[in-house]
Design a protein around this ligand. Structure first.
Ligand code: GRF
Length: 200
């Protein structure tokens, strides 16, 4: 059977990576890149025997450009060693990727997608759950989108929403949204790779 390999980039706990590892039936995670040492995401990747686990934390005095260049070189090696990597999947990766980074991989036919805990274009950046509460929104949710150089700004692929109730806090909303993220990100990744209809 043809391989459908992906690389996941993360900065933290890695619960989203875990959902991808557990639930994707088509996509196979062959690489995990973290920009932070000692995070749960690395431990999860190790437990799952992911083939390439790479750490690219930003060195003291390293420019953003030099750090990006190092990540590109590292990911290029993973691409060279594995056929059929068509997606780089961001799962809690907390840096904005530069236009150079995005172009480099898009030019090689590798698309980059991200998951964000809000109904974009509402609430880019951090503290999305609190922002939805402060704004007295009736619903909140999550968005899967292509990555461009604008933070949380690329073309939207898929969204799912939840109702906000009077009992909700930022914590309960975060939990509700994570349930959605972990149910749908694996399904959407598989569908994109197969060119199949997105889940409903
Ligand atoms: C997810 O909620 C995702 O929406 C956001 O970062 C969080 C990652 O959490 N981009 P984890 O590290 O996967 O647990």
């Amino acid at each position: 059977m043809e391989n459908h390999n992906i690389i996941v980039m993360l900065s933290g706990e890695g619960t989203t990576l875990q959902a991808i590892l557990d639930k994707c039936t088509v996509a196979k995670v062959v690489g995990v890149l973290s920009d932070h040492p000692n995070v749960g995401g690395i431990t999860r990747a190790q437990k799952a025997n992911v083939r390439h686990i790479v750490l690219f934390d930003r060195r003291p005095n390293e420019t953003k450009e030099a750090h990006t260049e190092r990540m590109i070189r590292g990911l290029d090696i993973i691409l060279q060693m594995n056929d059929n990597i068509s997606y780089i999947v961001l799962a809690g990766f907390m840096r904005i990727l530069s236009a150079d980074f995005i172009k480099h991989f898009n030019d090689k036919g590798v698309k980059i997608i991200n998951i964000h805990p809000s109904l974009l274009p509402k609430y880019k950046g951090l503290h999305t759950h609190q922002k939805a509460l402060d704004n007295e929104d009736e619903e909140h949710g999550m968005t899967i989108h292509y990555v461009n150089e604008e933070m949380d700004g690329g073309e939207i692929i898929f969204q799912k929403s939840v109702y906000i109730t009077d009992a909700d806090s930022a914590k309960t909303l975060e939990k509700k949204v994570k349930v959605l993220e972990q149910e749908y990100y694996p399904k959407v990744i598989d569908s994109l790779i197969l060119g199949a209809p997105l889940p409903t």
